[in-house]
Design a protein around this ligand. Sequence first.
Ligand code: NDP
Length: 307
Amino acid sequence: MENIKCLIIGGGPAGYTAAIYASRAGLNPVVFEGMEPGGQLTTTTVVENFPGFPEGVDANQLMADMRSQAVRLGADIRSGVITSVDFSKRPFSLVVDGETGIEAQAVIIATGAAAKYLGLPSERKFRGMGVSACATCDGFFYRKKVVAVVGGGDTACEEATYLANICSKVYMIVRRDVFRASQAMRDRVMNTPNIEILWNCNTQEILGDESGVTGARLVRKDGKVFDINVDGFFLAIGHHPNSDVFKDFIDTDENGYIITDGKSSRTSVEGVFAAGDVQDPTFRQAITAAASGCKAALEVERFLMSN
Ligand code: NDP
């Protein structure tokens, strides 16, 4: 069976940065990119807050460049999803795509997080037929149409303003009477004339027919139930960490985020480290994910030297 010194799981900013550092340290890292190479950033457009790009940078280009940098320095980047692990002894055993076994001396988990859904049966029914969790991926299909965005955080505000450029009208469905989003994002929404905010509203049902979504039934805090006509329904209510496959071995918090040891990227299993959004419910930025990937690789280097 193939035995790897440093196995990195995940191809987002954390995984690629870990690969860059591990390659330069001579650890010959192997990276499994998972189902979303490039990570969540590939679902956005321009990144304006990653230092070093005064004019902003295309998100897909940024990720492609991080990947190329890791490859140039020697990282072995492969497609494939880790479907099961055994972290009970070293070398650790992992299975790729349900069939190929692989062993590793040290592991960095950088699997990120995935979008949350409301959990309505109608939402499942119309997924891909008007229901989406990625405005930048699917907004194009709703040109000059009416859409709704659920959520009141930075993601929801960003997606609503993005969609407002494409669509004739955007409803924002916000469950409280305040945004969670930062002041800058709030201001941007408030200054966009074709966004209408529906405060204190929850979605009871997504309405549609065989052609897809046609509307949504909402219930306001005061009990009033009413329908809106929309062609697209976008979820922007937060994320779920991609840690399920590791849970039998690694300690997580009540929301599934992997618990790391203070400022370190050490997990509850010696030799397994975690970086990026899978262990970060707070900051969840590309730059913080990249920084934690760097830390994890440096810690793997130290760990392998002393073990
Ligand atoms: P958040 O957790 O910040 O916000 C989630 C939003 O969805 C909240 O308004 C929440 O309401 C609402 N919500 C959650 N569950 C439900 C539900 N079941 N029904 C209706 N509404 C619901 O997630 P985000 O994805 O917006 O942001 C995650 C992190 O990423 C944040 O730290 C954010 O600052 C950051 N971010 C930064 C960006 C930037 O800097 N450019 C861009 C995007 C995100 P409630 O407030 O009532 O809990």
